[in-house]
Write a protein that binds this ligand. Sequence first.
Ligand SMILES: Nc1nc2c(c(=O)[nH]1)N[C@H]1C(S)=C(S)[C@@H](COP(=O)(O)O)O[C@H]1N2
Ligand SMILES: [Mo]
Length: 226
Amino acid sequence: MGRRVVIAMGLLGGAGIVVGNRIQNVVGSTLNSIAPNNRLVSLLPGADSFQIYTVSGFPYESTTQYKLSVTGLVDTPLALSYRDLLDMEPTNLDKDFQCVTGWRVPRVKWKGVALSTILNRAGLKNGASAVLFQSFDGLYTESLTINQAKRNDVIVAYEMLGGAISEEHGGPVRLYVAPMYGYKSIKWLSGIEVSDKVVPGYWENLGYDVDAWIGSSNGRTDTPVD
Ligand SMILES: Nc1nc2c(c(=O)[nH]1)N[C@H]1C(S)=C(S)[C@@H](COP(=O)(O)O)O[C@H]1N2
Ligand SMILES: [Mo]
């Protein structure tokens, strides 16, 4: 897996998070028994609250520092500021968030820019068949096929839960891929690269399905998000 895996647990509403060694001290033996390989860890699953996941600590960028690069097979590479995103046509969604480990948060409010709007602004070149995503945590990656990326329920989000996206939830900007398991919704989004082929992302290299449809992948039968 490369670098250290930081495990954290969040409480609904950002009441608190516990990171790294501290949580391992608290639940050391439990951790070992449920996560012998330090894989994606789920602790004390609340029925319908977010858990905070990170594989590389909690990176921080202010909204004024923030830049989203759009590169690869595009007519016009972009470097979008937070302000640029706010000035683009917004999309509001009110949809569940489902992690592949089982927890689900119903009816989360999301606001952002449809990924398709950003791709349209950059202009797709011939051969554009996938979109690769990078995080400014420097480690996490994801990708979608171009058809998945064009769906109107796939957004570059700057608000969730009724306000700006908090640092632990991947602010100032994260992806939200409504119809797919949570691992597609890359946090601390920094780069969008249009490519000629899908490249498996961080967790996909560790065994999760590349096509991550809720209810019809990863051997799970969850209700799809509508
Ligand atoms: N950069 C980054 N993005 C990530 C992850 C991560 O560890 N790092 N975990 C993914 C997984 S598995 C899930 S379920 C969600 C969790 O989002 P949350 O931490 O806001 O609850 O983020 C996804 N995006
Ligand atoms: Mo997840």
